[in-house]
Design a protein around this ligand. Structure first.
Ligand code: NIG
Length: 412
């Protein structure tokens, strides 16, 4: 158990863990457990009594350890403030996508250094609360130069970048011409920086036909797909995501029975016990956003019961969800969406990894799975100031992060 990799210190043993919630394929929850990691790789897990020695030893003193949160939906590249819009909403106005234009103006006006600092601060805030793997979208540039700049800045600061040129048709642009731009020159400009593409398929944003064009162009360019769908009303978002075999459809507040069935069918060829087979479309629920926009909470319970794999994400953005707290999402999912603590934590770790295609890896090649704890996976650990994950729901609002390791490096 020695050796130094990737510039990290040698092996670390954490012992006396009250509850080690692995979120692995067997859903193991180990009591009085220990874990060893070498560099970025988990090397051993088991009972504290059997733990091998290591270069560094940490006594968890009975605290719980979980995988770090995998936040699979955020919009971190923005400048400006939308407090006034939030206040108006709390006074009774309803959310509309129009506010995106306010943030676009402020984002375009910010310098590269300013935007980089803002994104870095938001990432640091998330990591300090236990997030160890983070996606961010573009979507507040909305012209070729500013979408490419947003993608470049995000790529330097987060783990996964999603192109969201199709967030809103900028004021004064013709919707069809703007969609051409999103599918053509803008897509070409962001390609070096992004792995995913997304479209906001909603009334007031992009129509079904426009969304289909965006998804087709992105797929042809080799990007993985996701869809913002069914956030403000029933609509074609889920059906489109299923048709395009998107990795996720996000928001999912207003679902018909047909939508739920269609999502469940995408998982029929996947074996949850082995993680093998053809993966379906993850339904990503965003409870902090739902509360802030006063939308009904996404039907996470119904989706799980139907056999759909779900993720929970914070959706940090200035308009609908200005928080990076995954713990808040987990708490809400338990208290309001009727998920068990294990299900909510799973959706915020393994579920996010599934949505990002990072739930499995290849130990021999050094390709590390995230979102669950098993030998060979990335050492992304979140230790709580509590003996069990149940305290996340039992003690709502209490900051329970004790310490965080990201790829084996102490990050908080
Ligand atoms: O995921 N729904 C679209 N996009 C963001 C909100 C964007 C904004 O209002 O600034 C979301 O909620």
């Amino acid at each position: 158990m020695s050796g130094i990799r990737n510039g990290n210190s040698g092996s670390t043993l954490i012992t006396n863990i009250g509850e080690l919630m692995t979120q692995d394929l067997e859903h193991r929850v180990l009591k009085d457990a220990a874990i060893v990691f070498e560099g970025e790789r988990i090397a051993w897990m088991g009972s504290s009594a059997d733990a091998p020695s290591a270069d560094e030893q940490i006594d968890a003193e009975g605290r719980a350890v979980l995988p770090g949160w995998v936040d699979s939906h955020s919009h971190l590249v923005f400048a400006g403030d939308r407090t006034a819009e939030f206040e108006a909403r709390m006074a009774g106005e309803s959310y509309s996508a129009g506010g995106i234009a306010v943030t676009t103006g402020a984002t375009r006006a910010a310098s590269d250094d300013e935007l980089t600092r803002l994104v870095r601060d938001r990432v640091a805030e998330a990591v300090s609360q236990g997030t160890t793997y983070l996606e961010s979208k573009t979507g507040y540039g909305l012209d070729v130069e500013n979408e490419a700049r947003s993608a470049r800045i995000a790529a330097a600061e987060v783990d996964e970048v999603t192109y969201l040129g199709a967030h809103l048709v900028p004021k004064g642009s013709d919707p069809e011409e703007y969609t051409d731009l999103v599918c053509g020159p803008m897509l070409d400009a962001v390609l070096p920086y992004v792995r995913w593409a997304d479209v906001f398929c909603e009334r007031g944003a992009f129509t079904e036909d426009q969304s289909r064009r965006v998804l087709t162009a992105a797929r042809d360019a080799g990007l993985g797909l996701r869809v913002h769908g069914n956030q403000l009303g029933e609509g074609p978002g889920v059906a489109l995501a299923v048709e395009f075999a998107a990795a996720s459809v996000d928001h999912v507040n207003y679902l018909s029975d047909k939508d739920v069935r269609a999502l469940a069918e995408t998982w029929a060829g996947w074996d949850a016990a082995t993680g093998r087979g053809t993966k379906g479309t993850v339904a990503t629920c965003l409870p902090a956003c739902d509360l802030s926009t006063r939308q009904p909470l996404a039907p996470g319970r119904e989706l799980i019961d139907a056999g759909v794999q779900i993720a929970l994400a914070a959706n940090c953005n200035p308009g609908t969800s200005y928080t990076s707290s995954m713990a808040f999402c987990v708490t809400t999912a338990v208290l309001q969406m009727h998920l068990s603590v294990h299900e909510a934590v799973r959706a915020a770790t393994y579920g996010g990894a599934l949505a990002l295609g990072r739930e499995s890896g290849n130990d021999a090649d050094g390709e590390r799975a995230v979102g669950s704890l098993a030998v060979g996976h990335r050492a992304d650990l979140h230790m709580l100031k509590a003996p069990s994950a149940t305290h996340l729901a039992y003690r709502p609002g209490i900051p329970l992060t004790h310490s965080v390791w990201r790829a084996g490096v102490r990050a908080a």
